[in-house]
Structures are given as C-alpha cells and as structure tokens.
Design a protein around this ligand. Sequence first.
Ligand SMILES: *Cc1c(COP(=O)(O)O)cnc(C)c1O
Length: 394
Amino acid sequence: MKQKTTAFFKDEFNDLDEKGYTWTIRRLEGPSKPHVTVDGKKCIMLASNNYLNLANHPNLRKAAIEAVEKYGAAAGSDWSIAGTMDVHQELFDRIAEFKNTESAVTFQTGFAVNAGVIPQLAGKGDILISDELNHGSIIDGVRLTKADRAIYGHSNMGELEKVLKEASKKEYRRAIVITDGVFSMDGDIAKMDEIYNLAHEYGALTYVDDAHGEGVLGNGYGIGKEFDLEKEIDFQMGTFSKGFGGFGGMFAGSEYTVKYAWNTARSWLLSAAFPPHVAAVNLAAMDVVEKEPERVKKLWDNAKYFKKEIESLGFDTGYSQTPIIPAIVGDSKKAQTLANMMYDEGIFALAIVFPMVARDKARIRNQMNAGMTREDLDTILRVYEKLGKKLDLI
Ligand SMILES: *Cc1c(COP(=O)(O)O)cnc(C)c1O
C-alpha cells in the first residue's frame, strides 16, 4: 500500500476538471417551475425534466401535506419488511391501471429499477441486447449480469436484426432487447413498433425505459400507449421524477414478472420504501395527467413552436422528436460558454458535452415545459439569436 491518504483524489479531480468533466452544483431557491431563482439570479428554466409543470402543482402539494399528516414523515423500513404501506399498494395498483399492465411495483428511483431488476432478468445462458445510447442505469444493470451482451447502433434496426439473427443461432435460454423509450440527449423516440416486431420474430423479449416518455408520449400515458403496445412490451420501467413531477421508480408487466422482480432485485429487497407522501404525490400526479389533458397538449405545442423557431434561426436540433430539443453547437468549450452566457441573460440551460455525447456534438439541451408561455419561448429565442451571432454559431 503506497498511499495512506485521500490526497490523490485532489489530482484525480483536477484531472477531470481540466478535461471539463466536472459538475458545478447550481442551487434552486424555491420550487422547480418555468421561472426560478438559481444561485440568486432569476431565470427561465430550460433544464428540468418537470415537463408538465407538476412538481409545484397545488394537488401534488396538497397530497403531500395530507399524507404527512396521516402517515408521518417516513416509511420506517425496507419495502420487503415493514415499509410498504397501504398508500404504496394503492400506487402499485394505480400504475398498473395507468399503464394498462397486469401488475406494477415501485422502487426508490428509476435508477434502482434498472440497476436492480435487469441483473435478475437474465443470467448465464441468456443474452441482453442494448441500444448503444441507452441510459447509464441500464448500462450498470447490464454490467451486473452474467448474461452475454450485445450492443446495436443507435436505433439501427438492421443491426438489431443482425444481432437477433446471430443470437437465434445459439442456444440461448432467453434474449431481451432493452431500449430507452425517449433518448435523453437527442430527444428522439425508439422505433418501438419495429423493435417489438423484430424481437417477436426472433423470440426475444422487450424491456423499455419510459423515463422521458411518461407524461409526454401517448397522451401522457407513455410509450406503451403511443405505440399501442401496452400489453406486448414485456418489461416497462419508468420514473415519477420527470414528467409526473413526483419521485420514485416503477416497474410494470405481467403479474409474475412483477412478483419475480421485487422478490429478487436487491435494490428493492434491501432498501427502504420511499416516504408515504411520495406515494401520495405520485398518485395525485397520475390523476392530474388524466384530468388536465391540456397540459400534455401545451407541452407539445411549445415543443413544436420552439423547434421550428430555433431551426429557423439556423440551429441544428439533430434528431429531436419530443420536448427535448437540443441546439447542437459542436465544440464542448463553446457549448459551455454559450450556457454560461445564457445564464447571464437569465436563462438556465444545460450544456451537454463529451462523454455524454460525441466530442463534436456538444449541445445545449432545451427541455420544454407545459407552464412556459409563448412570451417565455420568444425571450429564449431572442437570446439564442443574439448569442448565436456573437459566438458565430448561426
Ligand atoms: C432519469 C432516468 C432514469 C433514472 O430515473 P430516476 O428516478 O431519476 O432515478 C432512468 N432512465 C432514464 C432513461 C432516465 O432518463
């Protein structure tokens, strides 16, 4: 043992920092909504996953307060032992109804679903087939299995078919194709119908991560509804922390798939249930999505308007098909400079750089919100026009 102190982490950190791979934490002073105060500066929020503007919705706030009065502040135990309360069970049942699946269960987070469940779905003698742009939590889940793994080029159905064909020649017990529903860096939608058809043709199962699709696709019901595949997709996971404005991961599918998942995933068995008021908030969120369909519509209206206008300014929005609309800048340093200049102009946006995207595809990721007005969007567009010219981007 050569080093007895943690001093070397300073060098390791500085090394990361020099490469531009470190994060500076920005603090929101108050609720997450389209107009926020970030580190003392009033900003329009362009970087949150709160697509439907539900995180501060009166019904969700009320549900939280009432549940705290009724159940206290915390669940007091693991999901598996004594932490699951009737309000959690109500949530499980409501998710299954909402997603039109036989059954559902929740986990602390979406990350805990992918990292905990995927390793239980496949083992030695199986193969997991994953899109190259899948979320990091899927990558971690896949790495924890003893199954064989194959990656196909992003949304490349020819490559997926090739992998499936190869796999079908071997004696695998099972094959599972895993994909994000909406890809978080580009805002494009998985070709779920083609993926399902190919998987079906070669006898493989399908697993979809609907994190950025919930509240967004299929009138808010998610990717299953969007493609009319609610019953066909074998494993659906998602999160309440994005479009729903709540918190926590979910896993849905057939009765025995779900039972098997929570009986084997260590991130469920050995970890605390999220607080009861979180379950109440999530229940309220699904009710609002159903009762206020104008929110989903407004989100999409905003997305369409913003995409058209930012493209007409000369920005490249890549493959965007959803309320995630990147403005591709190219160079990482330039993207970071642009994000900083936008902050100075009162717009809080995130620069996404390598390794999250290719080196020459650094970008600002613009995330739309149902609570944004046309005036907000025009303000943002004027800033893009001004800074785009200043930085020679348009
Ligand atoms: C955000 C996200 C997750 C993680 O969800 P959390 O509930 O925030 O842990 C998983 N997958 C994808 C694709 C995501 O975007």
